[in-house]
Design a protein around this ligand. Structure first.
Ligand code: NAD
Length: 392
């Protein structure tokens, strides 16, 4: 397929571009390099430097027809969205509107959109199913929810085939493609920077949350698994349908569990400093993964998302299982109605292999030299420990 990737010079877009090229697709990247890097654009992709608002129309109408768009380009800093909400409405919402206009003009039939768990806000149940009421607590989440709704109406009115993937916390790297944000807000890279001596201490925003160790619980999904889900989503879209799926591991890990794993893997101390809670932070965010796994009903809900779209497995129509997102705990039967506490209890039983894999692949960003480890369960893992040791 001929594909446009907006934001393909950024963290996740670069990994997905790399995977799509390897699968034989033809890739153009549209990126203004506001947070991305030209050297992160996968080899074999064409880079067009520009803002989606200004350039999407020209790019999509140039040359042979495009078969689809994967839309990653966005602003995604929660704090910035609170202090400068206009940037989020203008770039995330206005940018996507321009993209949809350009896609309609050029008759591009498929869209895969990077949505987020931030659309849910404070969850009333954990794990969070797609049927949970979306109540974003900051303009970033609200802008992404607005785009989800915009895409639903575009599909219904104009026949676009689309999938919104609501990522939880993305972690890890694939080869040289990893997280390289100038303003880094994500836990794993920050913890690794502390381990590498690049930061003094890791701030822990509150240690009195209603969780087993008092620190916030989040759901980490490996970027390689996330990329695989994009390929499946692209193959599965149907004209006139918009589907929304959570993309998480289904298991939660606390801040202190992450820190402890970083210490273990790197062999370095990771000093922490307790800081006040941040406004709007939920105690736990864990993805309900039933819908993307097999299209089965989400806990306590119908098989329809908040936007009203009907649900089917992501693997359709090929019937391939969406393997990357099936690991972890917990899985609920359709009759269960887990409370927040049930969810927390369930998420206190992490799948250490999945977690270690996510963590250790994150380390690869720091590691030109890699060693192979055996996790005892037979899986081959990669770690950066010697490099980190040498960097202090
Ligand atoms: N990283 C996560 O954990 C996470 C979680 C949930 C959702 N998301 C979403 O996934 C997407 C990708 O996230 P990421 O971590 O790779 O971010 P990133 O900042 O690394 O990548 C975004 C890319 O888009 C480009 N860009 C931004 N605005 C643009 C515009 N108006 N026109 C053209 N290019 C523009 C940037 O230069 C950058 O290369 C975002 O939409 C984000 O909201 C990320």
């Amino acid at each position: 397929m001929r594909l446009l990737i907006t934001g393909g010079a950024g963290y996740i877009g670069s990994v997905v571009a790399f995977r799509l090229l390897r699968a034989g697709h033809q890739v153009t990247v549209l990126d203004d390099l506001s947070t991305g890097h030209p050297d992160a654009v996968a080899q074999g992709a064409v880079l067009v430097r520009g803002r989606i608002q200004d350039a999407a129309d020209a790019v999509l109408s140039d040359g042979p027809a495009y078969d689809g768009v994967l839309h990653f380009a966005a602003r995604s800093l929660v704090a910035e969205s609170v202090s400068h909400p206009e940037r989020y409405w203008r770039d995330n919402v206005g940018g996507t509107l321009a993209l949809l206009d350009a896609m309609r003009s050029a008759a591009v039939p498929r869209l895969v959109f990077s949505s987020t768990a931030a659309t849910y806000g404070q969850p009333t149940e954990v794990p969070i199913p797609e049927t949970a009421p979306p109540r974003p607590t900051n303009p970033y989440g609200a802008s992404k929810l607005a785009v989800d709704m915009m895409i639903s109406s575009e599909s219904a009115a104009h026949g676009l085939g689309a999938t919104s993937l609501r990522y939880f916390n993305v972690a890890g790297a694939v080869g040289r493609y990893g997280e390289r944000h100038t303003v880094e807000t994500h836990l794993m890279p920050i913890a690794l920077q502390v381990a590498a001596g690049q930061r003094e201490a890791l701030p822990v925003y509150g240690d009195d949350w209603p969780t087993p160790d008092g620190t916030c619980i989040r759901d980490y999904i490996h970027v390689a698994d996330l990329a695989e889900a994009h390929l499946l989503a692209l193959a599965a879209v149907q004209p006139g349908e918009h589907h929304v799926y959570n993309l998480g591991n289904g298991a939660g890990f606390s801040v202190l569990e992450v820190v402890e794993a970083v210490r273990r893997v790197t062999g370095h101390p990771v000093p922490t400093a307790v800081a006040p809670r941040r406004a709007g932070d939920p105690a736990a965010l864990v993805a309900g993964s039933a819908r993307i796994r097999d299209g089965s009903p989400t806990p306590g809900g119908s098989n329809r998302c908040a936007g009203g779209s009907e649900v089917r497995p992501l693997s359709a129509p090929s019937r391939r299982r969406a393997k990357p997102v099936t690991r972890g705990q917990p899985q609920w039967s359709s009759g269960d109605r887990p409370s927040v506490l049930d969810g927390l209890r369930a998420s206190a039983h992490p799948s250490s292999t999945v977690f270690a894999r996510a963590l250790i692949r994150t380390s690869m960003v720091f590691a030109p030299t890699l060693i192979r480890l055996d996790d005892g369960g037979g899986a081959l893992l990669w770690a950066a420990a010697p490099v980190l040791r040498g960097s202090r």
